[in-house]
Design a binder for this molecule. Structure first.
Ligand code: APR
Length: 316
């Protein structure tokens, strides 16, 4: 059987950590791509990781490069290229620089990996997914953003800490954009089937929801740069669902036309992820409060895309 191939664009904190998880899970061969100035970093991290194989028992080939031709034939490409946040910055502050980077990266992906499924991680995520869609010209099922897996993982982690139970038993759902107006859904949150409202008072649930919304910012304040372990873990969870054709239902930034009345934008929604990328957007019935939070989040995503198309009219 042919091994899958995963290329990761950007060999910085998120990219290298994606390579680490992907190799540890033996998802396939891994190529770390960075700019020519950082080719040594990409090669060095790849070599360092490859030397973990005998101890961690994975057979993936891991290579570093600045030549996109080495990414040819990739099944999945994870895009982490771009600036991370510094303290005091919102994700939206990165937009101009990261659109330029993600656009040029996307053009290279279209040229060298025309059959790949692309997972975007660079921020502001909702604008980057749109940019990659326009710049690759790929069908919408092959462009998807990582945000929901991370956001819902943070929400689940905070709930587990609060309840004092295993993280494994917490099942939760989250919608909307990857910003402070993301929409965690306590009504769809359960602990081994028990509705979370039967285990925690409303105030504790709200505290976990609020902490999940600003969880990225909390880490930026502590470290001086943005998180990377959990964003990488979320990206590799998605890559695994695609490579193994698992048909997992995961919250992802996916293209929605009629769904949720979104009208042609990439927004965080539950999706079935499999060998064809986003195979289905799953629509759930929202109550009026959830719907109004979702509408607010969608309108922020539309504003972000508006900023992109104002700055770069040819991406419109
Ligand atoms: N092609 C390939 N790599 C690039 C390009 C490009 N055109 N432009 C920049 N890069 C690389 C940088 O050289 C750097 O190695 O992207 C890498 C980014 O790494 P870090 O600075 O460590 O940033 P990181 O923490 O990994 O975050 C990357 O992911 O979660 C998001 O908000 C985060 O937008 C940020 C992105």
């Amino acid at each position: 059987m042919r091994r899958a191939k995963i290329s990761i664009i950007g060999a910085g904190n998120v990219g290298a950590t994606c390579a680490h998880w992907a190799a540890a899970k033996e998802l396939g061969d891994v190529v770390l791509v960075d700019i020519p100035d950082k080719e040594g970093v990409a090669k060095g991290k790849a070599l360092d990781l490859a030397c973990c194989g005998p101890m961690e028992r994975f057979d993936s080939n891991i290579t570093g490069t600045s030549d996109y031709a080495d990414a040819a034939g990739s099944d999945v490409v994870i895009v982490t290229a771009g600036l991370p946040r510094k303290p005091g910055m919102s994700r939206d502050d990165l937009i101009e620089t990261n659109v330029k980077i993600v656009r040029s990266v996307s053009e290279k992906i279209a040229e060298h990996c025309p059959e790949s499924i692309v997972i975007l991680v660079s921020n502001p995520l909702d604008a980057m997914v749109y940019t990659a869609w326009k710049a690759t010209g790929f069908p919408t099922n092959r462009i998807v953003g990582q945000a929901g897996c991370l956001d819902v993982a943070r929400y689940r982690a905070f709930l587990a800490m609060k309840i004092g139970c295993s993280i494994e038993d917490i099942s939760a759902l989250l919608l909307g954009g990857h910003g402070d107006d993301m929409v965690p859904l306590p009504r769809f949150t359960s602990v081994h089937g028990i509705p979370v409202q039967q285990l925690l008072p409303e105030s504790d649930i709200t505290e976990c929801v609020d902490r999940a919304k600003v969880g990225g910012g909390e880490i930026v304040k502590l470290m001086g740069t943005s998180a990377f372990y959990a964003p990488a873990s979320g990206s590799v969870q998605m890559a695994e669902a695609i490579i193994k054709d698992k048909k997992r239902i995961l919250p992802c930034a996916a293209y929605c036309e009629q769904e949720y009345g979104i009208g042609g934008y990439f927004v965080g929604v539950p999706c079935i992820l499999g060998a064809n990328g986003v195979e289905q957007v799953v629509e759930i019935k929202l109550d009026s409060e959830e719907k109004s939070l979702m509408d607010e989040s969608i309108s922020h995503v539309k504003d972000l895309v508006g900023i992109v198309t104002n700055m770069f009219p040819d991406l419109g």
